[in-house]
Design a protein around this ligand. Structure first.
Ligand code: HEC
Length: 170
C-alpha cells in the first residue's frame, strides 16, 4: 500500500536531499526577490560613453566585497582621511579624468592617483598592482573589481545624496 516503505533507503535519502535542496532554493530566491533593485537603479556608466545594466547577482557580489574591503574607510560612501574625495557621483564625476564609471574606477583600483591624477597613491590607497603591500586586494580578479565598482555606482543611484554626502563622521 504505502509505496514509500517499499523504496530502498538510498532512494529515500536522495528524495530527502532533493526536497531539502528545493526548499532551500525557494527560500533563497524569495530572499533575492525581497532585495531586488529596479532596473534603473542597476543602470550605471560603464565608460564615459556607454551604460550597462548590472544583474542583481553582480550587485550582491559587489556589495560583499565593498563591506569586506572598502567600508572601513568608505562607510556610506564617505571617505575617512579625505572627506572632499567621497564616493558620491558628484565627487567621482569631478575627478580628472572622471571616475563615475566602472572602467575608470577599476583603473583607479589598479593604479590609484590623486583627484587630479598628478600624484601616485599606490602606497596610500589599496590596489591590485601592489597586492603585496595591500593584502586585502590580493584575491581580487577583474570581475571583482568591476562588481565592487558597480556596487559603488548603484549605491549612488539608490541612496542619492546620502551616499558620500553630509558630514564625515566615521
Ligand atoms: C585604508 C582606507 C581605504 C580603503 C580600505 C579604501 N579606500 Fe578608497 N579612498 C581612501 C582615501 C583616503 C581616498 C582619497 C584619496 C585622495 O586623497 O585623493 C580614497 C579614494 C577613493 C576613490 C576616489 C574617489 C573620488 O571621488 O575620486 C575611489 C573610487 C575609491 N577610494 C574606491 C575604493 C574602493 C572601491 C575600495 C575597496 C576596494 C576602497 N576605496 C578602499 C581610503 C580607502
Amino acid at each position: 500500500m504505502n509505496k514509500m516503505l517499499g523504496i530502498d533507503p538510498l532512494k529515500k535519502i536522495i528524495f530527502g536531499i532533493t526536497a531539502f535542496v528545493l526548499l532551500f532554493w525557494q527560500l533563497n530566491t524569495g530572499m533575492a526577490n525581497a532585495t531586488e533593485l529596479r532596473e534603473s537603479d542597476r543602470t550605471v556608466n560603464l565608460s564615459e560613453s556607454e551604460t550597462v545594466v548590472l544583474s542583481d547577482a553582480q550587485v550582491a557580489k559587489g556589495e560583499r566585497l565593498f563591506y569586506s574591503t572598502c567600508s572601513q574607510c568608505h562607510n556610506s560612501g564617505r571617505t575617512k582621511g579625505n572627506p572632499n574625495v567621497s564616493l558620491s557621483s558628484y565627487d567621482l564625476e569631478g575627478a580628472d579624468p572622471r571616475r563615475d564609471n566602472i572602467l575608470a574606477m577599476v583603473d583607479f583600483l589598479k593604479n590609484p592617483t590623486s583627484y587630479d591624477s598628478e600624484v601616485d597613491l599606490e602606497q596610500l590607497h589599496p590596489n591590485t598592482t601592489r597586492a603585496d603591500i595591500w593584502n586585502i586586494m590580493r584575491n581580487y580578479n577583474e570581475e571583482d573589481l568591476q562588481n565592487v565598482s558597480g556596487f559603488v555606482l548603484v549605491q549612488a543611484n539608490v541612496r542619492g545624496d546620502y551616499w558620500g554626502g553630509g558630514k564625515e563622521i566615521n
